[in-house]
Write a new protein. Structure first.
Length: 143
């Protein structure tokens, strides 16, 4: 899968989450919303590979990219300092992004097996899709 395909998949999963919420399908809406973030972060990893050739400069193993954990994906994409800066900026300006990141990072790949409420599905969708403080909006600046 290439960078453009992952970006498209991220956007489509967010649309899927929106449609699933509209249809009252809370569990999979929650999962699809989080999966959008995973795809977007993996696109950022590819962007880092393409633009910096870091895989040739460091000891690196491709299997590390098989993770579903957002914090590890942020690290692999080289975005830890950017995320920390955004979180600090958010803390000084109303905490919107900080709250959205906190909500989104609760997602796990095993979410697809867990019961979720309407409120939980709508909360994670809003945290990811919010403009201008959403998690996906932030990730888009780096893919």
């Amino acid at each position: 899968m290439n960078q453009a395909e992952l970006q498209k998949m991220a956007e489509q999963r967010l649309l899927d989450a929106q449609a699933l919420i509209a249809g009252g399908r809370w569990e999979f809406a929650y999962y699809a919303a989080g999966y959008a973030v995973e795809c977007a972060l993996k696109s950022c990893i590819l962007a880092r590979m393409i633009h910096t050739a870091w895989v040739f400069e460091e000891k690196w193993e491709a299997k590390g990219c098989l993770t579903h954990e957002f914090s590890k994906l942020v690290h692999l994409a080289g975005l830890t300092s950017q995320l920390n800066a955004e979180l600090q900026s958010s803390a000084a300006a109303g905490r919107e992004f900080e709250g959205n990141w906190t909500t989104a990072k609760k997602w796990t790949v095993t979410s697809r097996y867990e019961a979720r409420t309407e409120a939980e599905a709508k909360e994670i969708y809003a945290a990811i899709a919010d403009e201008p403080h959403g998690v996906l909006r932030w990730i888009r600046t780096y893919w």
